[in-house]
Design a protein around this ligand. Sequence first.
Ligand SMILES: NC(=O)c1ccc[n+]([C@@H]2O[C@H](COP(=O)([O-])OP(=O)(O)OC[C@H]3O[C@@H](n4cnc5c(N)ncnc54)[C@H](O)[C@@H]3O)[C@@H](O)[C@H]2O)c1
Length: 340
Amino acid sequence: MADYKFGIIGVGTWGETHLKAISTQPHCEIACICDLNEELLKQRAEEYGIERRTTDYKELLADDDIMAVCVVTPDFAHREIAVAAAEAGKHMLIEKPLATTVEDCEAILAAVEQAGVTMMVDYHNRFNPAFVQAKAAIDAGELGELQMMSLRLSDTIYVPTGMLSWGGMSTVAWFLASHCVDLLRWLSGEEATRVYSVSRSRVLKSMGITTPDFFHSIIEFSGGLVAHVDNSWILSTSMPTVFEFKAEIVGEKGTLFADCNSHRMLQKFTGDEAMYPDVAAQPVVQGKPVGFTIESIRHFIGCLIAGEQPAVTGHDGLMATKIVCAIHDSAESGEPVQLA
Ligand SMILES: NC(=O)c1ccc[n+]([C@@H]2O[C@H](COP(=O)([O-])OP(=O)(O)OC[C@H]3O[C@@H](n4cnc5c(N)ncnc54)[C@H](O)[C@@H]3O)[C@@H](O)[C@H]2O)c1
């Protein structure tokens, strides 16, 4: 019998990453999964050998044997489940963004504090080897004082039109800029003070999906760092990867460039298809998933077992949400938004 029992709420695309990570972790068991989609629920339960499944998250939370839950529902559907999970005394790993309003984040944080449970927000790029090494170089003073950073994280148009059923109910800023702003805060140790963002809604809108095509955002930070964050949801599907992720980090004494998709470790060309297969996020080695997206989930489990505070706190989740709210507000008003 497993020592640690988990529940997963939301077993869609990213919920499967949680399924892979926890089902292959020694001494851990997924006791129950929950999703509104019964067909998907049945498919996941059979594939991962999970006995109990439910469409009602409250039923999962009522199981006293479950010590922790993963909340992997759409961006805007975290609050109600997270607050109920905290009230049920469950530790929790919540997918990014923590929530899509500051009020929702604060309600989750208050419930977590009241219940005394441990919570982590799954900003897994803090486990991405490229950024882990960038952070080590920055912290060791190799770059000197940070001057500017440029992060470009975008998806092909397949993501809002084909992969996500709820693309029109979220934005590329919630889905991708949230990763970037968390990285900026973490890498620099600075807080955002002013945000100016421009977006356009043409391509996706013409396809009946009412969400912006892209956001170009300039973010100023408390220590003088200026960042440019570029996020689009309309890249061509003929790209060899579903996403593009590039970073430029410039300090007074040094420069770092990161290329997280076309890193050339493996390139595959078959027939008419060009692919850069995943070698870092969650490749399978000896039948088990490895990689930084798995590592962040394992980190959460390790912290629960050791009684330690996870690397990404609820406060981090709240701060990232505040910046992404400012990105939306600025894009809508056409004016820079000042942050406290
Ligand atoms: N897809 C990715 O590449 C990716 C990567 C990292 C993080 N995320 C994050 O993970 C979260 C989920 O994204 P996804 O891509 O897996 O979406 P998805 O649509 O594939 O899966 C979400 C699932 O949640 C279920 N759901 C919705 N409301 C529910 C409820 N009240 N109770 C139970 N189940 C419910 C849906 O039926 C669906 O199956 C989001 O916050 C997203 O930003 C996604």
